[in-house]
Each structure stands twice: as C-alpha cells, then as structure tokens.
Write a protein that binds this ligand. Structure first.
Ligand SMILES: C[S@@+](CC[C@H](N)C(=O)[O-])C[C@H]1O[C@@H](n2cnc3c(N)ncnc32)[C@H](O)[C@@H]1O
Length: 664
C-alpha cells in the first residue's frame, strides 16, 4: 500500500467557515505589491490568538509522505458535485495564481506559472519539486487529473487555487501533536494511552467522506450548538476519521484553510501558525499595532537560512521576491560575510541538522530511544560503545571514505556496505562530518580577522538593540503592571513588513493600550540589529562554538569533558531554541541566542559572563544565562502553544547532550 493510498480525506460537507471558526481582529486589505492581505483592526499582544479555522478540505498522510497538492486537486474535483454550495463558493472565492486580485500583487501575474507548477505553501523540509512529481503517479486514475490538466470545475481552476492557497507540511507540528496526544489521553476517562484511544476511534472510519462529515458536524448556522464551540476550543479532541491509520505517527497534511490563505509571507513574521488536528491556529508572536499587516513565514525549515537561500526558495515555490526588513538588511551585509554565512549554513545543514531533525521528529520521551533516533538506526548501541574503539573506527572511516567519497550519509553507507549496522554507519558519517567541521575550523582565524571590524559593528548594533528592547520591556511592565504573560517579551517586537518594508499596510497608529505599542523610529534600528544578530548569532557563533566544542580543553591543555559538555549543552539548547521558535518571535530568538552565546563563552572560560555570574565571581559555569534563555524559550513556547512540553523537552535535551558527547 503506497502512502498515497493511505491518505485520508476530510472534506467538509456541512458548509464552509463553520460557526465554530475563530477569526480575530483582522480585516482583508489590498497590500501594495502583494495582492490582498490581513491587517490588524486593533493592537494585538504577543501570544494572542488571531484565528483558529477549520479547513475547507484537507488530506492527511503519514509522516514524511505529504499528500501531493495534485491529489488534493483530484479529490476536490471528484467530490465537487457533492460539496455544499457554501464550500464551493468559498473555494471559488480563493484567489488563483492568475486571478485579478492576485495579479495586483505585481509578482502574482508573472509568478503565476512558477507558483502553479511548484509546491504549495509547503513547510518544513519538503523539496519543492517532490509533491508535484509524486502527484502524477499518485493521482487516483478515476479523477482524470493528469499533470498538465487545468482541473476546471464550474469555471474554477482548482489547480490554480490549490497552488496559490494550499498549505502543506510533512509533519504535524511536533508540539501541537504532543498537545493533541496529551489532551486526548487526559480527556478520555477510561483509557490511559493514546494507542487505546486510537482503537476506540476506529469505528468512525468506515467511510472517509461520511465519517469526516460526522466528525466535523458542528452546526453550520450562526450561534452554533455547543458541539461546534467545543470542537474549536479543543480541536484535537475531535476524533480523526482515519485515526487508526495515523495515530502514533506525526501526520503530514495538505489542505485549504479559509482566512489563513490570505496571510502574506515575511521572513521576520509577526505571527506563527500551526495545525492542531485539522485546525489551523495562528497566533501573534509580537505586539502588532493596529493597522499593521499580519504575516507568517512560508519558509518552514528555511526560515533560518541566509537571505540568498530564502529568496531562492520563495522565488522557486511562489514566484515572488520578499521585500521584508530582514531581507533588506541582509542584502546590505558585506559580500564576504554573506558568502561566509552561506557556506556555514550549507555545512551545518548538511552535517548537523539531519541528526537534530530526527531528534525533534521523535515522539519518544525516552533518552535512549531518542539517541537511537538521532543516530538514524533502529539497532541499539549508538550510545553504547561510543567511547570505545576509536582507532578501529578511524580505520573503518577511511575504508568507508574510500568507498563512498564525500557526502557520506548514514543511509548511503548503510546501503552500500550491507554488513554495517545502522548505528555504525551513522557513526562513520558523523565522524566524517566532524572532520569537515575541523577543516572549516582551520579557516576561521583568517576569516574572522578579516571580518573583525564588521563583526564588531554588528555586535555593537546588537547591544544597542538589546538595550532598547530591555527599555521597551520595562516600559510595558510599568504600564501593564507586569501582567499578560508573553506580552512583555514580545511588546518590543514589530511587524517586520510594516515597519521596514516601506510598502506595508499603513504605519499603524498605536492602540488604546498606550504608547508601548506605537511604532517608533528606533524600531528600524532594532530590526536592523535583529537581522544582523540573527545571522551572526545563529550561524557564526553557533557553528564556531560547535567547532570549538570539539576541541574544548581545560586549563593545562588537557581535554575537559566537563567544559565540552557545558558547551555542547548550551549549544544543543540553542539549536533547540532556534528550531522550536524559528517561526515565532525573532526578537526572542536572538535574545535567547545572545544569552546562550554568553553561556558558551563563559563555559570556555573567556567571558563575557552574565551580570549574575560576574556578581558571584565565577568565570566558568554560567547557569544564569542558560536559565534566562530557558525562560525566554518558555515564554515563546507559551505564546505559541499555550503550555510547555516539559517532559518531552527535557528528555530530548538529555539525548541531545549525549549525542554531542558521543560524537564531538
Ligand atoms: C496564499 S496567497 C496570500 C494572499 C494573497 N496575497 C492574495 O491576494 O490572496 C500567496 C501569494 O501571495 C503573494 N505574496 C505572499 N507574500 C508575499 C510577499 N511577501 N511579497 C509579495 N507577494 C507575496 C504571492 O503571490 C503568493 O503566491
């Protein structure tokens, strides 16, 4: 059975925009250069819910096998006559790549061809070409939706609508899935595990369309029945019609969500979005002034990439060039620095990221399982024996290199040498990655010396920005009396697009809650520093310290496991911060990175120590900055998810530390 055959479909036959949808204080407006977009009708605070909307149509697949956009087109086409008129109208009203409204975007008309041929708003790691390519093979034969067909129904070009508006992800958001699982197990009075709840839901899965209709049966009229309200406030509690197929795995999905599809992209977005069950949730991750455009990132995993990579991805997938403040700032960085950052990004993406992705994708909370997941194999022993037999492994490495040349991956090695266990293969690949990192390390002193004046300038800007942010935070606390959870952390943030893009939806005029939310000229400087810091801290320090941690030594030059562990612990935390909130508040990302970087430097015994560390006279361990960073991460995650995934997070961190101890 192919993944595509296991896809479940949940088409909503009871009408569009169920009364249980929540759509916050936003209004649709023309946004210069982007077509239509959503604008805040009042000031929003960080963490505030912007919308929680049900899909008009969604396809689910197993993890890593996102249903193709074309199969969504095919399903829509074949179900079209059965859809209620309201759903058909809502889909028809969505802008197609070549519609008049979209053409107003400037990039829209020119980009229509490219956008239609590319993946939809695919997040995470889906390669842009894969879904479309898979679609040709996977589309149900009865649908007649061959590639190249326009999929016209009632004058609506479904292919164009899907390519312009659909959102897909190879995984259900990890934390959202965790929320859903824990909530469904706690809401089930008799069963204690998610696997038992999966079997109990299997009776609802006999017919995909019928079951979906029943499952989503919130009233379609206004003033919905209690059931409708319940499903929106706790959408994860609604049993998925094919729960037995997808329970226990992190699901992929591709679908059409009303309202959400009007949100434009920014590389420094002021909102974050995630799918819980079938519901698309959008939250503000910064204070957003009235009149500002709300933006999300379309980039998924490429959020953290340098501008060149982001621009290429946006151009290829959607056919537009991003004009956000972050892009503008990065374009002004010196060419050598841009090049260097790109190189570092590529190395880190190729060498390190896959292991951490596996860690993050794992649903286990057992450190041993997570360790195995990070090593990329099901066999045990990735952790065990890591400290022994180094010489033997070195020989084996050379052998593996001889056979495979550069770019060895765990799977490639495993596939090519039959006799190796997955764990051994992973270790070899990681050893190779380590060698590459060492090679890169050798170039660092020269590069840093050449760039030092510019780095210093960027650091100066960063400190200025941090001071301003702190002042802003203090101001907000005074005015608010300190209440409001994430509000303090995000109040200094601004919509990158509105403040720096120049063509935004208006300058905003502050809100009723006082001056704290008013845009200030200084924010442009903050954003400038933020973008510089983002690049510098994410890539430069992160990877430089990664390399340094490989050779961390104590006072007499002897290897210092404690120092290496401290460095790698902070490093893993930093990586996690970046990954977990990369789609969220960048202000918090860079604050957290700054603090963690201090922790790294302190752990290596060469400051700057945090004020707390200075006060205590200790120059080595720096628990305080790490705690501060953890608190920031907590705030960010609270803004995003409503609560923390404590147990999972700590197990994952432990495993991450062990991974790094084993391999670096
Ligand atoms: C899902 S739609 C967003 C809403 C769209 N603007 C509309 O009018 O319906 C995605 C399309 O909006 C446009 N778009 C989104 N973000 C943009 C940006 N930052 N700059 C220019 N165009 C953008 C692109 O044409 C993209 O393919």
């Amino acid at each position: 059975m192919t993944p595509e055959e296991r896809v479940s479909i949940a088409l909503y036959f009871n009408g569009t925009a169920p009364a249980s949808d929540i759509v916050g204080p936003v209004v649709e407006r023309e946004i210069q250069g982007k077509g239509r977009g959503l604008v805040a009708t009042r000031g929003l605070v960080a963490g505030e819910l912007v919308m929680a909307v049900r899909p008009l149509a969604v396809l689910h697949g197993p993890q890593d096998a996102m249903p193709s956009p074309d199969s969504l087109v095919a399903h829509l086409r074949s179900h079209w006559p059965q859809l209620p008129p309201a759903t058909r109208r809502a889909i028809a009203a969505m802008h197609g790549a070549g519609s008049a409204a979209a053409a107003g975007s400037g990039a829209g008309a020119a980009g229509a061809g490219a956008a239609a041929a590319a993946a939809p708003r695919v997040s995470w790691s889906a390669p842009a070409a894969a879904p479309a390519a898979a679609a040709a093979a996977a589309a149900p034969p009865s649908s007649g939706s061959g590639s190249g067909s326009t999929a016209m129904v009632d004058g609506v070009d479904l292919r164009s609508v899907v390519s312009y508006n659909a959102y897909g992800d190879e995984y259900e958001d990890l934390a959202a899935a965790d929320l859903r699982r824990s909530s469904s197990s706690s809401s089930s009075s008799s069963s204690s595990s998610s696997s038992s709840s999966s079997s109990s839901s299997s009776s609802s899965s006999s017919s995909s369309a019928g079951a979906a209709s029943g499952g989503s049966g919130s009233g379609s009229g206004p003033g919905s029945a209690a059931g409708g309200t319940d499903t929106t406030t706790t959408p994860h509690q609604r049993p998925h019609p094919h729960a037995e197929e997808v329970e226990g795995v992190v699901r992929s999905h591709v679908g059409l969500w009303p309202h959400f599809s009007r949100l434009n992209h920014s590389c420094a977005p002021n909102c974050v979005h995630y799918v819980v069950g079938d519901t698309m949730v959008v939250r503000a991750v910064q204070a957003i002034p009235e009149g500002s455009e709300l933006t999300v990132s379309y980039l998924g995993r490429d959020d953290l990439a340098p501008a060149q990579v982001r621009q290429a991805a946006l151009g290829a997938r959607y056919g537009f060039a991003c004009g956000c403040g972050r892009c503008a700032t990065e374009r002004q960085l010196p060419e050598e620095l841009r090049e260097l950052l790109l190189q570092l990004h590529e190395r880190a993406r190729g060498d390190l990221a896959p292991r951490f992705e596996r860690l993050l994708a794992s649903t286990s909370t057992d450190p041993e399982d997570l360790l195995r997941a990070a090593a990329g194999g099901s066999g045990g022993g990735a952790g065990a024996g890591a400290a022994d037999g180094e010489e033997e492994e070195d020989e084996a490495d050379e052998e593996a290199e001889g056979q495979h040349g550069g770019g060895v991956t765990p799977t490639a090695v495993s596939a090519g040498t039959g006799g190796l266990t997955a764990a051994e293969a992973a270790k070899r690949a990681l050893k190779k990655a380590q060698q590459q990192l060492h090679a890169a390390q050798e170039q660092w002193p020269a590069l840093l010396a050449a760039l030092e004046p510019r780095l210093e300038e960027a650091a100066r800007q960063l400190h200025l920005a941090l001071r301003e942010l702190q002042e802003d935070d203090e101001g907000v606390e005074e005015e608010d009396g300190g209440g409001g959870g994430g509000a303090q952390a995000g109040a200094a943030g601004q919509s990158g697009t509105a403040a720096a893009g120049g063509g935004g939806a208006g300058s905003g005029s502050g809100s009723g809650s006082g001056g704290a939310l008013e845009p200030r000229p200084a924010m442009t400087r903050v954003q400038t520093a933020q973008a510089a810091a983002y690049q510098l801290l994410e890539l430069l320090h992160l990877h430089a310290e990664l390399m340094a941690s490989a050779t961390a030594t104590g006072p007499g030059g002897a290897p210092s496991p404690a120092r290496a562990a401290a460095a790698s612990s902070a490093l893993q935390a930093c990586w996690h911060v970046l990954d977990a909130i990369s789609r969220g508040s960048e202000v918090q990302v860079f604050q957290a990175c700054k603090l963690l970087n201090d922790a790294l430097l302190a752990a290596r015994g060469r400051g700057p120590a945090s004020p707390a560390t200075k006060a205590s006279g200790s120059a080595s361990a720096a628990p305080e900055p790490v705690r501060e960073a953890a608190a920031l991460l907590g705030q960010s995650m609270l803004a995003r998810y409503g609560r923390l995934r404590g147990r999972h997070l700590s197990a994952m961190t432990q495993a991450a530390i062990r991974v790094s101890k084993d391999f670096f």
